[in-house]
Design a protein around this ligand. Structure first.
Ligand code: AMP
Length: 202
């Protein structure tokens, strides 16, 4: 099964992709994570796009995605989380494969800003917490899961987030009408959003 999860920053698409990919035993491909994990010569250039809230060039992300989807864990399918981000990428993807379902996880800009400003990630295990909403870390600044330090992503600041949301509305939302996407309300409990997505996939 090949799925695409679309949603603005902080919509919970990463969280849902994580839960649903485990349930369906398919891979979870976050293009943001792939880019953040790049090392070597390209790192500086990629980080500068990300940190300023800009999309990286289409040819670069397409190359990275093409390399990722041929890995063994993608044999049974995958969820694309963060790709495509514009119509060019969507059309390129059409040339490579068919997609079974495109799910939009809808949250308002107000909710998105609230969630992103409170988002903290563990530097050791990658667990995500939120100091404004949930899951709130038991001890501020410390990961409940492994005791690692919690930090804020560089692009989760006000200026970069404004630009990222603008790009979402101007560029990424166009892909929703390119596909027959189905919308779920992302402003519900995590469990309820998962339930709604699973209903669509039945
Ligand atoms: P995310 O973790 O999905 O919020 O992505 C973080 C950042 O990675 C984005 O703001 C972009 O700079 C970059 N990025 C992720 N996915 C893509 C993509 N499909 N196309 C271009 N840039 C991307």
């Amino acid at each position: 099964m090949r799925l695409i999860f679309v949603g603005p920053q902080g919509s919970g698409k990463g969280t849902q992709a994580d839960i649903i990919s485990k349930k369906l035993k398919i891979a979870h491909i976050s293009t943001g994570d792939l880019l953040r994990n790049i090392s070597g010569g390209l790192k500086e250039e990629v980080d500068s796009y990300i940190d300023h809230g800009n999309l990286v060039p289409d040819d670069l992300i397409l190359r990275i995605l093409n390399e990722r989807i041929i890995e063994k864990d993608c044999d049974e399918g995958f969820i694309l989380d963060g790709f495509p981000r514009n119509l060019v990428q969507a059309k390129e993807l059409d040339n490579i494969m068919d997609v079974d379902e495109v799910i939009e996880i809808d949250v308002s800009d107000k909710e998105s800003v609230k969630r992103i400003s409170g988002r903290r990630g563990c530097v050791s295990c990658g667990a995500i917490f939120n100091v404004e909403t949930s899951p709130r870390p038991i001890t501020p600044g410390v990961c409940d899961r492994c005791g690692g330090d919690l930090t804020q992503r560089k692009d989760d600041n006000e200026t970069a987030l404004k630009k990222r949301l603008e790009t979402y509305h101007k560029e990424t939302k166009k892909i929703l009408s390119h596909y027959k996407s189905v919308k779920v309300n992302g402003e519900q409990d995590i469990e309820k959003v998962t339930e709604d997505i699973l209903k669509i996939l039945k």
